[in-house]
Design a protein around this ligand. Structure first.
Ligand code: SF4
Ligand code: SF4
Length: 502
């Protein structure tokens, strides 16, 4: 996928047309309006079925040159440096846009209805910062193009993470089940009009059944090509056991690699531990560096509980030092015998830890945008109405071939891979929980962040509040951190916009 920098358009507009140099002292030329934004953002990997970044809303447009336009009212703004401001229209589609003072004056002139007058106002209209007077500011969410499937290739694991939701056993998916699982995913993809499939090789610890991953990769390539489907693959690993041969395979096959790493350093309050209680973080950190030497940039998944919330900045610094994309997952209660209070951080602790992480990011503003998946299930790359594909475009297939709605529901299967269309069964099954549009969620439907947060994990909300249409239990944390995240994206754009094309 392309990087944000390569795709970064820069619009400079000079209404004066420029002045030739002469031997007199020229009249001062007013600075030109400048507008910067990023497109084609790369999305990080996590353990959920993310909203698809390629979905673009189609905002209502008028081609009539006499039509009148106005600025969107739902705009978030944050001052940056040197007079620049970050502007964010919560109805999309452009994400964060950085403007200088002159461009801001041009934008603010549209507080009253005006026709599109020049190249800058046309640019604002294209970015969705202006809308035709009277048009309904409502994004359209097309049908997802990718069917995502979690393949639970083993139920065994070499770690005993304190918050894990998998009831582990020394059982692996066999070859026949794996092939049937790929067939089922392809069948459901074709029947339901998807253009691509995405296989997430997971567990347990997926690398403990690497032989099956190799085999399923070859079979999935054949089947996807035979049925005209795109194929994306990622291995979700705890990073403990990654041999050079595995890493060469990951690189050469074009798969992605996601590694879970919640903390760094031997002194970390270990929540990802071996069966003898030893902290796995130092070994995993070495394997992240080993992956880098093999030409692989793993995506880091950092789960935040009350035990590491105060240290999350250290893990963020580790990722930034290596120019890795990462996701901060807020702990999701799985309801299988765990004591929720033992892991859930208080809002204040999460906000403080999140702010410390954002400060580290501000000190080392990365080239790559982090807003696609930095804060829990939010995604600021593209407006979306659901936080994930659970119940709609996602299959979770366990090592016996049983199919569930979400990996956290893996022990409550709904159908199996022999069903003619497992996805249809999943879509019809709403007894355990549903994944409603954010517009159906009470308390979310008028929130300015609704198309970027989409209400958070619906399963967590259901388990904590008893209702899937309630706000996320992490709502207050999101609302505290989202504005700061957008300001940082503005600073990042400002820092890197002048880069030469890579
Ligand atoms: S969970 Fe909170 S922040 Fe997210 S959309 Fe709902 S009200 Fe807004
Ligand atoms: S329901 Fe929650 S845990 Fe399951 S895929 Fe969606 S966001 Fe992830």
């Amino acid at each position: 996928m392309s990087s944000s920098i390569r795709d970064l358009p820069v619009i400079l507009w000079d209404p004066s047309g420029g002045l030739a140099e002469q031997d007199c002292a020229c009249a001062d030329v007013q600075p030109s309006p400048e507008v910067y934004w990023a497109s084609g953002l790369e999305t990080s990997e996590d353990d959920c079925a993310c909203a698809e970044p390629q979905i673009r809303p189609i905002l209502e447009r008028q081609n009539d040159p006499a039509a009148l336009w106005q600025a969107h009212r739902e705009q978030y703004r944050a001052p940056l440096t040197q007079g620049y401001q970050a502007v964010f229209n919560s109805l999309g589609p452009a994400g964060v846009v950085v403007v200088n003072q002159q461009a801001l004056v041009a934008l603010d002139s549209y507080r009253q209805a005006l026709p599109i007058g020049d190249a800058v106002s046309r640019q604002f209209a294209d970015l969705g910062l202006l809308r035709p007077t009277g048009a309904t500011p409502h994004p359209i969410f097309p049908h997802p193009e990718t069917l995502t499937a979690w393949l639970h290739v083993t139920n065994a694991c070499n770690l005993r993470c304190t918050y894990c939701y998998v009831t582990k056993a020394a059982e692996a998916m066999d070859e026949a089940t794996g092939l049937a699982a790929v067939d089922a995913v392809v069948r459901s993809a074709k029947r339901n009009g998807f253009k691509a499939i995405k296989l997430k090789y997971a567990g347990g610890e997926a690398t403990l059944n690497f032989r099956l991953i190799r085999l399923l990769h070859g079979y999935a390539q054949e089947q996807a090509a035979a049925h005209g489907l795109g194929l994306h693959e990622v291995i979700l690993s705890n990073g403990v056991y990654l041999t050079p041969a595995m890493l060469d395979f990951v690189r050469d096959s074009g798969m992605r690699l996601m590694i879970s790493l919640d903390d760094v350093g031997a002194e970390a309050d270990a929540q990802r531990v071996f069966s003898n209680g030893r902290n796995s973080a130092p070994q995993v950190a070495r394997n992240v560096d080993r992956a880098l030497t093999h030409g692989i940039k793993p995506y880091l998944s950092i789960t935040i509980t009350r035990h590491n919330a105060d240290r999350v900045a250290a893990a963020v610094a580790f990722a930034l030092d290596r120019e890795l994309l990462f996701n901060l997952n807020f702990y999701r209660d799985h309801g299988f015998g765990s004591d929720r209070g033992a892991f859930v951080a208080e809002d204040a602790q999460l906000i403080a830890g999140g702010r410390a992480a954002l400060r580290v990011i501000e000190e080392r503003l990365p080239r790559q945008s982090l807003i696609t998946a930095l804060l829990d299930r939010s995604n600021f790359a593209v407006p979306h109405d659901r936080p994930c594909g659970a119940g709609h475009s996602y299959l979770v297939i366990d090592h016996h071939g049983r199919v569930a709605t979400c990996q956290m529901e893996i022990e409550r299967s709904v159908t199996d891979v022999m069903a003619e269309d497992p996805l249809e069964v999943i879509r019809q099954h709403t007894a355990h929980f549903s994944n409603p549009s954010v517009e159906e969620k009470e308390g979310c439907r008028d929130c300015q962040w609704r198309y970027w947060c989409a209400g958070g994990c619906p399963l967590l909300t259901q388990r904590v509040t008893g209702r899937s249409i309630a706000q996320s239990p992490y709502c207050n944390v999101y609302k505290a951190l989202f504005p700061e995240l957008l300001r940082l994206e503005g600073l990042r754009l400002l820092k890197w916009h002048a880069l030469p094309v890579a």
